[in-house]
Design a protein around this ligand. Structure first.
Ligand code: AMP
Ligand code: MG
Length: 390
């Protein structure tokens, strides 16, 4: 059995060769750039008026003759003489010879003459060519995670497609004779299968769309065949249940039989002690404990950083902050513990129902409190490590 810290360092050191693909910019939100993007235009591409007003070629006096109008989108260039100007609007092309834009609020107009009622400075209210980014300059670097603003920025440069790190293709294998799908009538001894749904939900939150689900009974041969097939066709395999020490837990044995390299098995933690992590060819495999809360906690702490690595993200893992806890807590045993909690602006509250089989508290939690293995009690007001759930 290893510590949480050792498990996390194995996760962070594991080698994984990333795949890339080209996607439409409109589908790239949340994905990470796998190429440096160079701007092929100046932005703005022409001298742009930043305001509604008048573009002028300055002279000594404060009166100007207005000889035309440029709207946003117009291409006409007026050959201005000193003392002349044009009516202009935000985003419109400033005539080449104009050397300032005066906002309309500072001007008094009668017919085709304006009097400027304010001091004028050269180049004011004009956005210079390439002011935001010059043609040939780096727009965004490799490793940038695309956000709505990033997508807007690249679209503004005329970019339609981008090369990104491909999210992994994931298999979810659920094991357990007792499981039936939600919607069917519950029979004696059976429970509804929930792990695959919560795993799918959290994977979808991470922008993973290629998910295949497999269901196996607690039977060695079919467990092995299904895991083999999943490994062959996916980058990441998540197995739910069957990894403990019961007589009908066949996952560990099947993985070994398939020559899976064990990277770790069993962590000194609660919940989620029997977590298995391994590699088989290019596929990474987690066997998650069947208890629903354990399964999800193991996902957040260990699987999520691996997925982030596969997708080229940095830093990996969930954000951790220190918060004052609202009650005392005594930790039994020498394992580290992850507690379901609700974090508010000032404090963090430990929820009732910490059992690894219980989801009712998890369903309203927005954080996990991490209690290291060497700490056995915390007191109200202590600052505790609080992991923010996505
Ligand atoms: P296991 O790890 O297979 O020994 O399962 C531990 C506990 O989790 C048992 O009470 C199982 O019934 C329950 N369990 C296992 N898989 C699931 C699942 N997919 N959905 C809901 N509960 C599960
Ligand atoms: Mg089981």
């Amino acid at each position: 059995m290893i510590s949480v810290a050792t498990a996390l360092s194995i996760i962070s050191d594991v080698f994984y060769s990333r795949k890339t693909r080209i996607v439409l910019l409109k589908n790239a939100n949340g994905l990470v750039l796998a190429e440096e993007l160079i701007s092929i235009i100046n932005m703005p591409p022409f001298r742009q008026s930043a305001m509604d007003g008048y573009a002028l070629l300055l002279h000594e006096k404060n009166s100007y003759q207005i000889i035309g109008e440029v709207k946003a989108g117009d291409s006409k260039n007026y050959a201005l003489k000193p003392g002349q100007g044009v009516r202009i609007f935000t985003g419109a092309r400033v005539p080449d010879l104009a050397n300032t834009v005066v906002i309309q609020e500072k001007v008094c107009r009668t017919e085709n003459t304006i009097i400027v009622e304010d001091e004028i400075q050269e180049n004011q209210n004009i956005r210079a060519v390439g002011e935001q980014i010059k043609k040939g300059a780096t727009a965004l670097a490799v490793g940038t995670k695309l956000t709505p603003a990033g997508i807007g920025f690249l679209a503004g440069l005329g970019i339609k497609e981008v090369k990104v790190y491909t999210p992994p293709e994931v298999a979810i294998i659920t094991t357990g004779n007792e499981l039936i799908p939600p919607g069917e009538t519950l029979k004696e001894g059976k429970i509804y299968e929930s792990n695959s749904l919560q795993l799918c939900a959290v994977l979808q939150q991470l922008k993973i769309r290629n998910i295949n689900k497999y269901i196996v009974n607690d039977e060695y041969e079919s467990t092995k065949v299904t895991i083999k097939q999943a490994i062959e066709n996916h980058d990441l395999v998540l197995i739910s249940g069957g990894i403990s020490v019961g007589d009908y837990d066949f996952v560990k044995e099947a993985l070994a039989e398939l020559n899976t390299e064990e990277l770790f098995y069993k962590i000194r933690q609660k919940p989620g002690k029997p977590l298995f992590f391994g590699a088989n060819n290019d596929t990474l495999i987690f066997a998650l404990p069947g208890n629903p809360a354990s399964s999800l906690t193991c996902f957040y702490i260990y699987v999520l950083p691996i997925i982030q690595k596969m997708m080229g993200m940095y830093p990996i893992g969930l954000s951790r902050i220190l918060k004052a806890v609202t009650t005392d807590f005594i930790k039994k045993g020498d394992r580290a513990q992850f507690l379901k909690a609700i974090v508010s602006e000032e404090t963090v509250e430990i929820l009732d129902g910490q059992s690894s089989a219980m989801l009712y508290s998890y369903a309203v939690a927005n954080a996990l409190i991490y209690i290291p293995e060497n700490i056995d009690r915390i007191q109200k007001g202590d600052l505790v490590e609080t992991i923010l759930l996505p």
